[in-house]
Ligand binder design. Sequence first.
Ligand code: 3H9
Length: 708
Amino acid sequence: MHQSHMQQPAQTSLANFSHDGRIGLIEIDNPPVNALSVPLVQALIAALNDFEAVAGLEALVLYGAGRTWVAGADIATFDDPGFPVAEFKAFLTRLDAQQCHVVAALHGAVLGGGLELAMACHHRVAQPNTRLGLPEVTFGIVPGAQGTQRLPRLVGAELALDMITSGRALDATQAQAAGLVDAVAEGDARSIGLAAAEALLASGAAPRRASALAVQPAPETAFAKAEAAAAKKPGWPQLATAIRCVRAAQDLPFAQGEQVEADAFAALVNASSAKALRHLFFAEREAAKIPGLPRDTARRPIRSVGIVGSGTMGGGIAMAFVNGGIPVSLIDVSNEALQRGLGLIRGNYEASVAKGRLTAEQVEQRMGLLQGSLDYQALADCDLIIEAVFEDLQLKTEVCTRLGAVAKPGAIIATNTSTLDVDRLAQATGCPADVLGMHFFSPANVMRLLEVVRGAATAPEVLATVLKLAGAIGKVPVVSGVCYGFIGNRMAEVYMREADSLILEGAEPAQVDAAVEALGMAMGPCRMLDMAGVDVGARTVIEYRKIGGLPDDPSYRALALELFELGRFGQKTAAGFYRYDGRKALPDPQVTEIAKALAERHGIARRSHIEPGEIVERLLYPLINEGLKILDEGIAYRSGDIDVVWVAGYGFPDFRGGPLWMANEIGLEKIAERLAHYAAVRGNDHGYWTPARLLSAAGSTQNIQVQS
Ligand code: 3H9
């Protein structure tokens, strides 16, 4: 490097121009992830002007400062007044048209608009840690800065179709094999960029522009497969649109294909589904930030985890940790139960091998991180111990007392209860400051949600430790205060109550499920309970009644309780709200008979037809209303947390943004009015239709204005 020829960047802008000898450099510096904001686009244009103004420069290198290249357009700028699409695209076109070599030196996240920027350069060199992709469909849109046109030209239409419709990123090696990057190199981004530029100059090669390349066409079968997958997700219109854009890249000249993309982007960016998905992106990140808990709160190291109970829940939790590389001691009361639990875990992993998702070697590696034991002493060294025994207050209390005695000082003790009083369990340990709830969702190795229940005495560092740990094992944590069922199950309770009532009034379980599945719910309430276990649900109702939590209503969830009495526990007994042929739910006339008898017993009039619209309102409006009560009581910190719980844990459609986001779309006034309607026609003796204070307080405004 020739010091005399080197001009350092002025470091005043988000994009700083400098040069090193005959090579110009633009450093992109917009922490934390160099997202393309309005000022960054302006700064890039200014930096390119500076480059063009210096005579004699023979190449240009762009690189990112900090942890990454460019993680995409700033998602927050998509709302009014909007991302400066036209200016950014004009900038890309200018880069593309440069007569000298333009090199993108990549590291970290090269996503969305970041990859579009990299593809407008002539040459891409990447550090091994680089990940490259176009995740726009996950935000309800398609790439809007020529990405759908350049990617097929670089990697072929078939791979482009897969990447753009899935949002899947490639690592550096895969990207090199696909032709998306030209070289992989070790070293800081600036150095590998300079070295690549020097090598290009030495080679005498001409700049290679993606826009000028011919597209390797995709077979029609690939388009047909993508279209079939898109048809299965009607709430995601961006998928069909993305396919159209790739087809345009294949069939049309660049400029015409770019126009197809521009029209598609403009049509999608302000759609309610895109707004909902953007809301969830930020809500998920916001959920990990706790008011009054500074980001730099000290955390305890978690190098090993103990789990009590090797059943479905304990086993799933164990898998979640070993998948994240954390060793687990799993204990149970009998060797038989333990061996069954370990066998189930191995069976799950082997099923993944059969599907090609894991290698046999990875299975052994993961099983190697798992130690089974019958002795509580095996937990004595663990940094975190989670009890995952049966949902029974007395049993859990006993286990917590034992854990308090065996845990080393400073160990965190967590309960996986889904409804019980975490403060009471914390007291039983004798060290309540070290205790919180970690409510995983079944199957715990798959479901993304982790409800973290903050007890009255939970120490801030315990909370901070678990929030960080959740991210490390791929979970989305949401903090809840202590109440029956926390955020998720407390809301699910009213949803289940209405599902039950509707069936007593004459609806079939399949009609109830279909009404909300048509909205995009992954599964209606009856199928959901059959899968989770009618016995599990009924037992919580019985427990809750014992402690006086339920209204004095003899018909309260009478159907679920009756199915439980009859041993119809759902999928696992091949009968519940439905009967089962394997996993296939089939309508069961016996359930209709049971519902008729219960209706008669409780004096409930049956109707021959219940409109799907009524089913949707009666399931969703009380759910939303309960969410608002939870918010008002401070059980949840913000409405977005509640949305994340329902999308990540209960199959609520992401393109509707979660129940409280959806409430904004419906309008609070309308919800209040319909609650009043049902109170009038159904009676309100038990307060089922009493509006939350926040709902009534909304007055004439259409939107919820509640934040933490
Ligand atoms: C797009 O580019 C459309 C184009 O076609 C343009 C058309 C014209 N915007 O996740 P983290 C923030 S669509 C704004 O916690 P990690 C994030 O909120 C976009 N902010 O860290 C957080 O802020 P805070 C395509 C963003 O290490 C902080 O950065 N791009 C953006 O776990 C750290 O994020 C994508 O889809 C953004 N684009 O993961 C990439 N990205 O600290 C989306 C991040 O205040 N982003 N932030 O809470 C990601 O996938 C991950 O954030 C990333 C880092 C992998 C980059």
